[in-house]
Design a protein around this ligand. Structure first.
Ligand code: HT7
Ligand code: ZN
Length: 883
């Protein structure tokens, strides 16, 4: 397979002005006719026009109306080349035949539940027709769709509907025109039996926009929350960024077979059904929140991605990092900012940190790829969002907004780079952020060590920072990063001290004066070693560092346990209160893991239990915050901190602490469950979600004791639940403990929900993720369950992905988990390479485990890589994992 490098980027020699497409959708084949108005960029300098194409049957090709003969073009399995096209503007017409019914890759044009649907990002358009399938080729499109009227009554594409009508032979057509220039990856078509929920939105300038959410008719009642989310997102983008929607129509279509969550095609967003459909009985609070976030995300792409797009795929984070940041801010504004921040940081730590420390580590802007699909990663998305967040931290809200305004003013309608975004931020604020660009080019999570000292006589408090950016594949040596550290200093009453001035590099910087006290500042840490000395500090403070997690780094400080307990109780930065508890928990878990490995008996520090009790019983705290604060760090997070990851020890320790907490706080937990039971009607708002989160977290603690009385309580919660959040939480609580009760409830749940594929997927995932020893056999059995289908990505992610997320069973010492995955990756690769390569990623950190496990996992990777006909997708991940 060929590797593509950022350094080799070249502007296209040909530009396309307009593209007129016609689709004749048939039962066994589809004919795609395209008519492209081509403009030569370098007039008079003849050069070949190379079009991408994959799995296409070429029927005809014409230049300026004249059919080309075989010798006038060259065709291989990836390209169609015209060696000497006309030197000035010309019309290129191409007709191809494709087979959407056989397309199980879910890329290009495919069928999902009987409906036609497209997915063109990143390079799927080339599976539809020959084209310069790259984001810097932007053109205006029309799309005529012709199809059977009974089978496909609804025909949709981007932009505005120009015409529609009947044709002979029970066929009909629709003609769509998108007035905005777009790259091919934003093209979309949907044809099928769908019905819509309709609504409208009046924009800030008074224009009316028709909103339609399309699903199979029986699902329309489940689209109310998606519609609410869409309208909220449209309003938010106007209020916060001054960005107004630009067409009269906005369509969303939900499909059950989709490789990712959703796709932001211009005015025709296509969504995985699980991110559209929700009712209180069939979706959890987590699903409701995910729908809000993803509907927002795809809508926000209309400006950050569509109006201003990426020059090349290396710049993916330009649109994705920025749009994730925007959806995070939107969700924060719609709920609790702290809780959302905690959830986002946990995601970063649990998924992105391990990627940044493994063989697939890559910068936010990668330097190379074999298959672009493999770079839709937590690094590009979540770390990319943190990079955008740092601009806001450094420039302030209004500075950030000025930068965004300038970005749109300069680049509307263009395909640009991360430097263009950076330049807009700097220029709008007259700021010099030069070394900040390393965040785009250097992989690896910076490790920052902070040491403090206090001089009571001089009333000076010093913080010394030392940063290390670890080596990553192809990047052994790194430059220091520009790290914004938000900080406050707490006095002995737990109050923030006023910060007046700080000495840095021998230069005194004023922070605030007496009449306008400031208690928080942002330190700009740019060198490998750097000291900041605060003046006028009356007593030894307790520092609250990296407030609101102001940079995506691993921070290590000289705070003692008692400092951490103090911060947990008093920090005015709620994120850092949670963080203090997590640091304590991580330290505790690591020391118990060491005890476990040395066969010492485990005992839990009573101060830790008391800390949890004081949070649990603190009525002044937000309930969702409490739920987060009493939840222990995940097993992956702890393993990630060990030299040799030991899944069994980490699991045993986490279970031990959970049970100890449950035992010691049983009465408080019981009271929490009883006092926070849900009302009859389900309401999706912060207050009610927070109650449910706290009640269900407490319930899980209690259930861990596997005590018959408590099991009865959990069963009661299961049976009396009036919404899926409570019912599924009770089911999950019971499912922790093997036995008849578990089996009975799992089968009851399936019987109840077998007609709803989205709920059944949760049922698969719950069983797949189970820590019950030897669970691989159960998961193996579930592969042949009538509701399972290897061709549906959601089912694969639930069952196979879920299983790989259970450290004890996936990493079982006998290698059964690895063997299970190895065999499945090869089966899946024949069906859907994108999904297969996501699954094979579970092997990528095999070197983190003991030698015995390493050998077993490596053998599976070697078996995979030596298989015949392996896709480029799986090859890239497997080969990089073995390198
Ligand atoms: N921009 C979208 C990316 C996407 C995608 C990429 C590769 C293969 C399939 C895909 N489906 C959607 C989604 C987003 O981030 O908004
Ligand atoms: Zn996106």
């Amino acid at each position: 397979p060929r590797e593509i490098f950022l350094k080799d980027y070249k502007m296209p020699d040909y530009l396309f002005d307009t593209v007129d497409l016609r689709f004749d959708l048939g039962e066994d084949k589809t004919i795609v006719s395209s008519k492209i108005a081509v403009l030569s960029r370098v007039e008079g300098a003849p050069c070949p026009l190379v079009l991408h194409g994959s799995d296409l049957k070429l029927l005809s090709i014409k230049v300026d109306g004249k059919e080309l003969k075989k010798e006038d073009f060259h065709l291989d399995h990836r390209h169609l080349t015209l060696p000497s096209p006309p030197a000035s503007a010309f019309i290129l017409e191409i007709v191809t035949e494709i087979y959407p019914q056989k397309n199980t890759s879910l890329e290009g044009l495919f069928k999902s539940s009987g409906n036609f649907c497209t997915q063109c990002e990143a390079e799927g358009f080339r599976k539809i027709t020959f084209y310069q399938d790259r984001p810097d080729v932007m053109a205006r499109y029309t799309c005529r769709i012709v199809a059977d009227k009974t089978l496909y009554p609804v025909l949709l594409s981007n932009g505005n509907l120009l015409e529609q009508g009947d044709l002979e032979g029970d066929k009909h057509y629709a003609l769509w025109e998108d007035p905005f220039k777009k790259p091919s990856y934003l093209f979309a078509l949907v044809a099928g039996q769908l019905e819509s929920r309709d609504d409208k939105f009046i924009t800030c300038s008074g224009r009316e926009v028709q909103l339609r959410i399309w699903t199979p008719s029986e699902d329309v009642p489940k689209t109310a929350h998606a519609m609410y989310s869409l309208k909220a997102a449209m309003k938010w983008d106007e209020d916060v960024f001054g960005l107004e929607y630009d067409l009269e129509l906005f369509n969303i279509v939900a499909v059950p077979d989709f490789n990712m969550g959703a796709m932001e095609n211009k005015s025709l967003n296509i969504f995985n059904s699980k991110l559209v459909l929700a009712s209180p009985e069939t979706a959890t609070d987590g699903d409701y929140a995910a729908i809000l976030g993803v509907i927002g995300h795809e809508y926000f792409h209309n400006w950050t991605g569509n109006r201003v797009t990426c020059r090349d795929w290396f710049q993916l984070s330009l649109k994705e990092g920025l749009t994730v940041f925007r959806d995070q801010e939107f969700s924060s504004d719609m709920g609790s900012r702290t809780v959302k921040r905690i959830a986002d940081v946990s995601r970063l730590r649990n998924y992105q940190f391990p990627q940044d420390a493994g063989p697939m580590a890559h910068p936010v802007r990668p330097h190379s790829y074999i298959k672009m699909d493999n770079f839709y990663t937590v690094t590009v998305y979540e770390k990319g969002a943190e990079v955008v967040r740092m601009y806001k931290t450094l420039l302030g809200s209004s500075g950030f907004r000025k930068g965004m305004d300038l970005y749109f003013k300069r680049h509307d309608g263009q395909a640009v780079t991360c430097e263009d975004f950076f330049a807009a931020m700097c220029d709008a604020n007259d700021a010099d952020l030069s070394s900040f660009l390393f965040w785009y080019s250097q992989a690896g999570t910076p490790q920052v060590r902070v040491t403090s000292s206090y001089d009571p006589d001089a009333r000076m408090y010093s913080l010394k920072f030392n940063q290390e950016v670890p080596p990553t594949p192809d990047q052994p040596v790194k430059e220091p990063m520009f790290i914004p550290i938000a900080l406050g200093l707490l006095d002995s009453n737990g109050k923030d001290m006023p910060l007046t001035c700080v000495y840095h590099d021998g230069v005194q910087q004023t922070i605030s004066s007496n009449d306008q006290p400031v208690c928080k500042t942002i330190l700009h840490v740019k060198k490998k070693e750097e000291e900041f000395v605060f003046a006028n500090i009356p007593e030894r403070p307790i520092p609250s560092l990296l407030r609101d997690y102001s940079a995506p780094i691993r921070l290590d400080s000289d705070l003692t346990d008692s400092d951490l307990f103090f911060l947990l109780a008093h920090d005015s930065d709620e994120f850092n209160r949670w963080e203090a508890g997590q640091v304590l928990a991580r330290k505790l878990m690591l020391s118990l893991v060491a005890d476990f490995q040395q066969n010492k008996s485990l005992s839990l520090n009573p101060k830790f239990v008391e800390g949890i009790r004081s949070i649990l019983c603190n009525t002044s705290l937000d309930k969702e915050f409490i739920a987060k604060a009493i939840t222990l760090p995940g097993e992956g997070e702890i393993m990630d901190m060990m030299t040799v990851a030991d899944p069994d020890a980490v699991h045993a320790v986490r279970v031990f602490i959970k049970k100890q907490i449950a035992l010691n706080l049983k009465e408080d937990l019981l009271a929490t469950v009883i006092n926070n039971r849900s009302s009859e009607t389900y309401v999706f708002d912060h207050h009610n979600m927070a109650r449910r989160a706290l009640k269900n977290t407490s319930l899980a603690y209690l259930a861990s004791l596997d005590d018959p009385e408590l099991t009865d309580l959990v069963l009661h919660e299961y049976k009396s639940a009036t919404n899926l959040t409570d019912q599924f939480a009770a089911l999950a609580a019971i499912a922790q403990n093997a036995g008849q009760v578990r089996d009975g409830v799992l089968s009851d749940f399936y019987t109840k929900w077998q007609h709803d594929f989205l709920v059944v997927n949760k049922w698969f995932a719950l069983q797949a993720m189970s820590d019950i020893p030897g669970n691989v056999t159960n998961v193996q059995k579930l592969l042949s369950h009538p509701a399972f289908d290897l061709r549906n990505p959601n089912k694969v992610y639930s069952l196979i992905g879920g299983f790989c997320g259970s450290p004890v069973n996936f990493h079982a010492k006998d290698g059964s988990g690895y063997k299970f995955l190895g065999e499945l990756v090869l089966q899946l690769d024949k069906i859907n390479p994108q999904v297969a390569s996501r699954m094979v990623s579970a092997f990528s950190r095999w070197r983190r485990y003991d030698e015995h496990r390493q050998a077993l996992a490596k053998a599976q990777l070697e078996m995979i890589i030596s298989a015949n006909g392996l896709s480029d997708n799986v090859y890239e991940i497997a080969s990089k994992s073995l390198a």
